[in-house]
Ligand binder design. Structure first.
Ligand SMILES: [Zn+2]
Length: 204
């Protein structure tokens, strides 16, 4: 039987998105995810999706590529939290290529409700899923990347990974950090509204 992550990836690809799985981008910490799916399980479905930015140098501009970016983000997550990839998905801010990170049924290491925002529990890693745009502060979110996030979120709703009425929130709502930064945060209300139109309607 397919995992929830595999189902979302399949759905996202049917929507025309380019999605690279962990083996495809060269993940180096495979056993970490096996362990987390067993012992660090996330509550399903999620009622919140938190948007982040990786603040990793865009290697594509110079020497590397998307796969290098993914491996860099994974290494940082492993060094800081021993969790491997902190986020469930990462999206290239230029062309909307998507990489699979933390499995959707395992806890990520992305968001704690440090501001004690009412209506949200403290450990959002248990309740929320996370998407990160790959880039540095000041980078613009391209139209292609914005459209990719809409379709990815719709695929997550379709497959039951997140609730249809999910809250789509910037990390800065919960933490004293400018994450995911203005260019992405400013587009979030439009992205959230577009998801409602992009989800597959149940047949009756
Ligand atoms: Zn963040």
């Amino acid at each position: 039987m397919a995992t929830i992550t595999q189902r979302v990836v399949r759905n996202a690809r049917r929507r025309g998105l380019t999605v690279l799985t962990r083996p495809q981008w060269g993940s180096r910490y495979g056993s970490v995810y096996v362990w987390r799916r067993l012992f660090k399980r996330a509550h399903q479905p999620a009622d919140t999706v938190v948007q982040h930015i990786t603040v990793t140098f865009d290697s594509g501009k110079l020497v590397g590529d998307f796969k290098t970016d993914m491996r860099t983000i994974e290494r940082i997550g492993y060094e800081r939290f021993k969790s491997g990839f902190s986020y469930n998905f990462a999206v290239d801010m230029r062309d909307g290529t998507i990489g699979v990170g933390q499995p959707l049924d395992a806890k990520g290491t992305h968001t704690v409700n440090d501001k004690n925002v009412r209506g949200f529990s403290r450990d959002q890693n248990l309740r929320a899923r996370a998407i990160a745009v790959i880039g540095m502060p000041g980078d613009q979110l391209s139209k292609d990347a914005e459209a990719a996030i809409v379709q990815l979120l719709a695929a997550m709703v379709d497959e039951g990974a997140v609730t249809p009425g999910f809250d789509y929130e910037p990390h800065s709502k919960f933490a004293y950090k400018d994450c995911p930064c203005g260019p992405t945060r400013d587009r979030m209300p439009a992205i959230r509204a577009a998801v409602n139109k992009a989800v597959r309607r149940p047949k009756r």
